[in-house]
Design a protein around this ligand. Structure first.
Ligand code: AMP
Ligand code: MG
Length: 329
């Protein structure tokens, strides 16, 4: 037995073996993926799945994504019917694309929040792949953070939020992408983007033709995509434009989350974090959640956030920031 919240280096083969055994025995392992850290368990073991919901304090109406390493194991979980399904998998798997497909019976209802569909992904991160192979079962994994808080992009983030509720944390360094997977539903007449992510609308469209983006993701189609999510303790205000100088109230201790290093040498802020000196959106995404967490630890009265263009990866970045900025009341 190892103590709860043990962190082991993912580069060590023995760590992966131990993690695989924990998953097979119904335990919980946090592990790196290319998007964010996941809180993984055996997707086919309802008791293990229940423990993940409990650890995260995640409401049971919010379904989990199931992670596989091969198409063969996918076929046991979901029906792939359309040509589009296969085209998308060929183009983007392994990688940060989640597909919602008709579920097969063996997937526990708890995983899918009672839906007749299941969300599946084949991650590209070598540690995630090694873990799924070692466990020998599909791994259900939400992001490894308490429900509603900013997603974790390194092992320390997991330890901070869930250290006392996870059996083992595999430390594989920082996540290379930093925002969650793009979720595409293949259920309706047209493929629908339920959550924007690092694979862009344009990239998906190029592979399968017309894609309808869900206008309102707060429907039952994507039950967990609540308006307030990824939220900091500190109230967040999104500025109208990069470089805008907001009116600060009284002695407000304000911080700024800037997209690039351009034009905001503003001495009124107690702290400024620049997500990417050159404004490169991939770098912005990679640094986003860690920067939000650092700023949230500064006891600021308010955090001002610069917007980026809602194009390509910018759509996923602004989606997360808007959910973070929805007020609590
Ligand atoms: P997370 O694991 O925190 O990245 O969140 C996974 C998200 O995937 C959930 O919040 C849902 O919005 C979405 N999801 C999972 N399963 C389904 C499904 N069967 N149908 C639609 N959306 C799903
Ligand atoms: Mg999450």
């Amino acid at each position: 037995m190892i103590p709860t919240g043990t962190v082991l280096p993912a580069t060590d083969r023995e760590s992966i073996r131990m993690a695989g055994a924990i998953i097979r025995q119904g335990g919980i392992v946090a592990f790196p993926t290319e998007t964010v850290y996941g809180l993984g368990c055996d997707a086919l073991n309802p008791e293990a799945v229940a423990r993940v919901f409990e650890a995260k304090r995640r409401p049971s109406f919010d379904p989990l994504i199931v992670h596989v390493a091969t198409r063969v194991s996918l076929d046991r979980l979901a029906e792939t019917i359309s040509v589009g399904d296969h085209r998308l998998m060929d183009a983007f798997w392994p990688g940060p694309l989640t597909l919602v497909l008709p579920k097969r019976e063996q997937v526990p209802d708890l995983v899918t929040a009672g839906l007749s569909t299941v969300a599946v992904r084949m991650p590209a991160h070598p540690v995630a792949r090694a873990l799924i192979r070692e466990a020998g079962v599909p791994i259900a994994a939400p992001s490894a953070n308490p429900f509603g808080y900013v997603s974790p992009t390194c092992a320390q983030h997991v330890l901070d939020g869930l250290g006392d509720r996870v059996d083992l944390i595999l430390d594989g360094g920082s996540c290379p992408i930093g925002v969650e997977s793009t979720i595409v539903s293949m259920i309706g007449t047209w493929p629908e983007i339920l959550r924007p992510g690092s694979i862009t609308l344009a990239e998906i469209q190029e592979v399968i033709g017309l894609v309808v983006r869900a206008a309102d993701v707060r429907t039952v189609a994507a039950p967990g995509q609540l308006p307030r999510h990824y939220a900091t303790q500190t109230p967040v205000t999104i500025l109208a434009a990069q470089g805008e100088r907001p009116v600060l109230h009284g002695h407000e201790r304000a911080g700024l989350l800037a997209m690039s290093a351009l034009g905001h040498a503003d001495e009124r802020y107690c702290v400024i974090e620049v997500l990417s000196p050159s404004g490169d959106l991939r770098e912005v995404a990679r640094n986003l959640f860690a920067a939000l967490r650092r700023l949230d630890a500064q006891s600021l009265d308010r955090l001002y956030v610069e917007p980026c263009d809602e194009q390509g990866l910018g759509l996923a970045i602004m989606d997360r920031l808007r959910r973070c900025a929805v007020s609590i009341s």
